[in-house]
Design a protein around this ligand. Structure first.
Ligand SMILES: Nc1ncnc2c1ncn2[C@@H]1O[C@H](COP(=O)(O)OP(=O)(O)O)[C@@H](O)[C@H]1O
Ligand SMILES: [Mg+2]
Length: 230
């Protein structure tokens, strides 16, 4: 993947080859600028690669038109970013409902799902709050509810606990990993933090746009959070 052209071009990814299994969890680590976000955006169909391909369930994302790719993103993928990116003028509940309605779900069904997810993530009683009336950890739970409400097959998280203190971050991470695990979604999570990465079954360490190392933890699903809680 190259940004820009000719003299000013940046090769952000180079020769990355990656397979993600159903219901698996993958942490992407590495120093700032090594290509983590670029990789996430390519996998999610937000960016189209300048060379190489990205397949989801056998379909080359680049072969879909913009509209079909957007539809796939809405139906099959969920996203959690560092600062949640909730819409400030909407309530917590409306933030979870809106993408579902854009995806064609009725308001009634979307609302029932959203309430159930918010309650499950410990936000009962906060449905009507706006993002500015929530703590950072609560706002990230809303973002997780929004990502999971559509029953995605893959959740993409870019430094989801990066803006939280260590303790709040660990709790939010537990909710994220458990929610993905329980609903059978795969998780791809970018992080700088090795204790955060330790909740994932696989970790790839990137350097200069390449995968420099890969680790597998066969027991990560059974005891996902001990490493973080300590
Ligand atoms: N939109 C863009 N235009 C040009 N260069 C970019 C753009 N986005 C990222 N880059 C460059 O690509 C490289 C990888 O960036 P990024 O994927 O954001 O890294 P990370 O998430 O690991 O910090 C960096 O050199 C960055 O400056
Ligand atoms: Mg990044």
């Amino acid at each position: 993947m190259t940004y820009g052209s000719s003299a000013a071009a940046t090769r952000a990814l180079d020769g990355v080859d990656l397979d993600l299994a159903r219901a698996d969890s993958l942490a992407v680590m590495g120093p700032s600028g090594c290509g983590k976000t670029t990789l996430l955006h390519l996998l999610a169909g937000i960016l189209t690669p300048t060379s190489g391909t990205v397949h989801h369930d056998g379909t080359d994302l680049a072969s879909l038109g913009d509209r079909r790719r957007t539809r796939l993103r809405r139906s099959a993928f969920g996203f959690v970013f560092q600062d949640g990116q909730l819409l400030p003028e909407l309530t917590a509940l409306e933030n979870v409902i809106l993408p579902r309605m854009l995806g064609g779900t009725s308001r009634r069904a979307a609302s029932a799902e959203a309430r159930a997810w918010l309650d499950r993530l410990g936000l009962a009683g906060l449905h009507e709050r706006r993002p500015t009336q929530l703590s950072g950890g609560q706002a990230q739970r809303v973002a997780i509810a929004r990502a999971l409400a559509g029953r995605p097959s893959v959740v993409f998280a870019d430094e989801p606990t990066g803006a939280l203190d260590q303790r709040t971050g660990a709790a939010v991470l537990q909710v994220l990993v458990d929610s993905c695990h329980d609903s059978g979604a795969s998780l791809v999570m970018v992080t700088h933090d090795a204790t955060v990465a330790a909740v994932c079954r696989r970790t790839v360490a990137m350097r200069d746009g390449r995968i420099a190392q890969e680790f597998v933890r066969p027991d990560a699903q059974r005891a996902p959070l001990t490493a973080v809680a300590r």
